[in-house]
Design a protein around this ligand. Sequence first.
Ligand code: FAD
Ligand code: DLZ
Ligand code: SF4
Length: 516
Amino acid sequence: MSGTLRLVLGDQLDHDLQSLQDLDPATDRVLLAEVADEATYVRHHPKKIAFLFSAMRHFAAELAAKGVPVDYVQLDDPANTGSFTGEVKRALERHGLGRIVVTEPGEWRVRQMLDGWAEAFGVAVEVRADDRFVCSLADFERWADGRKQLRMEWFYRAMRKRTGLLLTAAGEPEGGHWNYDADNRKPPKAGLDSPGPLRFAPDAVTAEVLDLVRRRFADHFGDLEPFWFAVTKEQALAALDHFIAHALPRFGDYQDAMVDGEDWLFHSALSQYLNSGLLRPLEVCQAAEAAYRCGHAPLNAVEGFIRQIIGWREYVRGVYWRFMPDYGQRNHLNAQRPLPPFYWTGATAMNCLAKVVDQTKREAHSHHIQRLMVTGNFALLAGIEPKAVCDWYLAVYADAYEWVELPNTLGMALYGDGGVMGSKPYAASGAYIDRMSNFCSSCRFDVKKKQGPDACPFNYLYWNFMLENHDTLRNNPRMQPILRTLDKMSDEKRTAARDDSRRFLAKLEKETRDAA
Ligand code: FAD
Ligand code: DLZ
Ligand code: SF4
């Protein structure tokens, strides 16, 4: 047996991928496979499935046009076994290949799968490092080892030094500071008209995929159409140019704002392209830096944007691989409530939640603060079981892969990791949502009321959360101010927060049972 099978996973659509290096077209074959297992291990949003299948088909066609021998297995192929393992076995047998080369996968589950292939198929399996990331997993381990506490900010500074992004000639941070968040995060003001992402009309390949997804995944949560995502690198680069030209200058100012009817504000909507391989993080950051250097975008916007990518994005990947597999089982606050049905239906009188779920259903996207401070914050305060919340986030967002979804959801939003991702829970009452959005003005609940049937549920759930988790959080230095306020609270107010929460959560549990 000679020749190598080069497996390219659906989120590895990059021509410079390590597993495509040193490919010999005379002996080797590339395999890309649409497999039912990957589309259904959580019930992915139809837009996400259509995006990946179309991008995979375009990528395979580009490889073939370069003279690379490619096997592309479509989902509807009658011989399709429905799994990576089955398709790898078939490809090895089809071509009599004796070796597998693959770039390290993004999910623990898939890593375990391919670690069994050498023995199962009697061939050598070489797993290559994924150099699409700025920080290799080995370098993250070196950075993390021996630290009492991991903090993104310190990691980010190391990444700035490593990449040279936004550094002066003397190696100092541009403008004198590493972080310009103090200038960011303005509340929304009336009349913010954002450009929105660049949209692409589906071509014939995408139209065929849309037809397939319509037939096979009609029962998954989410709207397949309108479908407008980039599906090639060329299109993704055009989407990047569009963001830099039209949205980046105001990215920092309105990074945390939420406006009804403005799905995108000044966010890039590039995460699905970064996470599938259509864009490389460094090319995105370098384009943003160039916009600063030529005076097109201010430093607070560019620094904030670059921090999300070489800071947060790289950091969560490091956290995921450092702490898996047990990370996925963590439940520091012992939250046990099932996921309420409105996460799937949007049927709730809480306007902020209804609007974020609606956007998620339409676009397979919502921005960071919507994910963290609306759907995430509610799940935290209501004590929803982390696994159920994580499965929801993994299914509904076009950019969701476990390496990035899990630390953000279980760690950052739910404090389920007990403080690896954030030094305290991101718990907030309705006042935060009111300050950062215009959702409350058209809500059936009154954000100013703290008690009673008309009060904003975030208000009493917030204090109930503090009461319920007081013992777990009491040694956390960052929780001291809020716990002192709790200590000073009258018994009457505590009882009201508990009673309102009990009533609200009992109704929610009944709705959950009725929907089951
Ligand atoms: P922008 O606001 O334009 O930011 C630019 C880029 O920075 C993004 O494209 C993304 O690649 C990166 N980025 C920003 N924040 C983060 C972060 N916290 N972690 C990792 N990368 C970040 N992001 C995902 O890519 N996949 C997920 O499955 C995912 N799940 C999340 C779950 C929760 C509960 C939370 C709070 C956040 C999650 N995020 C996830 C992070 C963030 O919400 C998205 O990256 C962002 O909303 C994508 O939209 P954008 O491209 O417009 O981002
Ligand atoms: C998310 C996804 C989906 C829906 N379908 C496929 C597929 O059919 N074939 C494929 O190679 N990859 C798919 N993916 C992405 C994989 O789930 C992803 O590559 C692994 O989770 C590793 O990160
Ligand atoms: Fe959300 Fe409360 Fe505002 Fe209603 S009042 S939109 S529930 S924060």
